[in-house]
Design a protein around this ligand. Sequence first.
Ligand SMILES: *[C@@H]1O[C@H](CO)[C@@H](O)[C@H](O)[C@H]1NC(C)=O
Ligand SMILES: *[C@@H]1O[C@H](CO)[C@@H](O)[C@H](O)[C@H]1NC(C)=O
Ligand SMILES: *[C@@H]1O[C@H](CO)[C@@H](O)[C@H](O)[C@H]1NC(C)=O
Length: 352
Amino acid sequence: MKLKAVSALVALALELLTVSTYATRLLEARLPPHVDSLARRQAGNNGIHLAVSPVCGPLSGSGNVSDVNAGVDLSRVKTIVAFGDSYTDGGRQDGGPLPPPVITPPDAEAGGRSTDGRVWVEDIADDIGATIMDYAQSGACTDLSLWPSAIKKVDFIGQMATFLNQSNDLDPETTLYAVFFGINDFEDSKTDGEANLQAAAQVILAQIRTLASAPSNARSFLVTDVYGRGTHTPAGDAFVQTVFSGLHDLHLGINSTGHSEAPGEGPKLNVAFAEFSRIWDGVLGADPGFEAFGYVSTDACITDCSDVFCSTEGMCDDPEHFFYYIPGHPSKEGHRIMADYVEEVLDRCGEA
Ligand SMILES: *[C@@H]1O[C@H](CO)[C@@H](O)[C@H](O)[C@H]1NC(C)=O
Ligand SMILES: *[C@@H]1O[C@H](CO)[C@@H](O)[C@H](O)[C@H]1NC(C)=O
Ligand SMILES: *[C@@H]1O[C@H](CO)[C@@H](O)[C@H](O)[C@H]1NC(C)=O
C-alpha cells in the first residue's frame, strides 16, 4: 500500500518533471543559441543556478591552480570522449549510445546513472550538438594498483584499455577528451594513506600523454576536479596542483607524448581546467551558501542506498532543490550547473 502510494507519487512527479522540462525547452528555443546561457539558465533548471563564477588565471607550471582554457574551442567539438567516475558515468561504460536518463522506480538511478537525469558532460554534449562517448565508471579511481582498499575494481587504466582496444578513428581536431578523477582516489587515500595521491596525479598526466600519442593523436583535453567535495587537505590540493602544472607542460609540448620532448618539441596540447570545487565550496560552505544557488537543502534526497542499489522508497518530495540526489552525488540540476561552469571557463578563461 505504502509502496503503491509512493510510486504513484513518483510517477506524478516524473510527469510534472516532463511537462516542466518541455516548458523549459520551449523557452530555451526562443533564446539565441549559446549567446544567452545566463538567461537560459535562469529560465530553467528548476531555479537552480550558479552562484559562483570561475576564477580565471594563467596556466602555470609553478603558480596557483585556477580555471583556465588554453586552446580548447568548444565550437569545433563534434565528439566528446569522457573518462571518470560516477559523476561522469552515463549508465554505459563502453563509449556506445547512453541509455535514456529516466528513472524507473523503485530504481532511483536514471538509466544507471548516479543521479536523476543527465550527467554534466552529457549536458555539454547536448548544448553543442556533439556525440558523447562515455567510458566513465561508477567508483573508478585513477589506478587500482595505488589503492588496495578500493571497493569497486575499476580505474582510468581499464577505461583506457577499453577505449584503445576499440581502435576508434576520431578526428583530433574535433574531439574533446574529458578527464574527471580524484574523488575516489581521495576517499581511498583516507584508508591507504595520502602518499599515493601524487602518483594518482601522474597517472592522469600519463594517460593524457598516451591519448596524445598515435594512434589517437588527441589534441584537446578538458580536466576537471572536485576531489574533496567541499573539503580540502594539503595533500589533496597538492594532487590538483600537480595535475595543473603538468597540463602547463603538456600545453607547451613538453613530454607531451611521453618521449621526453623538450619545450615545443612535442605536440602542444590544448588543455582546459575547471575547478568544480568552487561550486562545492560555495554550496556546502558559507560563501555564498546553498540558498544562493536555489537549493533548500544540502542533504541527499534518496537515502535508501546500498553499494549496488538506490531505491526511490522514502525519497524526499523536492529532489530538484536538494543538492545531492543520492548520497554524495549531485542531482541533475547540479550537473546542469557543473556544465554551465565548464562552459563559462571555456568561454571566459581563454589564453593562448
Ligand atoms: C597562491 O595562493 C596563495 C594563497 O591564496 C597566495 O598567497 C599567493 O600569492 C598565490 N600565488 C600566486 C603566484 O598567485
Ligand atoms: C577488445 O576487443 C575485442 C573485440 O574487438 C573484444 O573481444 C575484447 O574483449 C576487447 N578487450 C578488452 C580488454 O576490452
Ligand atoms: C614523461 O612521460 C612519461 C610517459 O607518461 C612518464 O613516464 C615520465 O615520467 C615523464 N617525464 C617527466 C619528466 O615527467
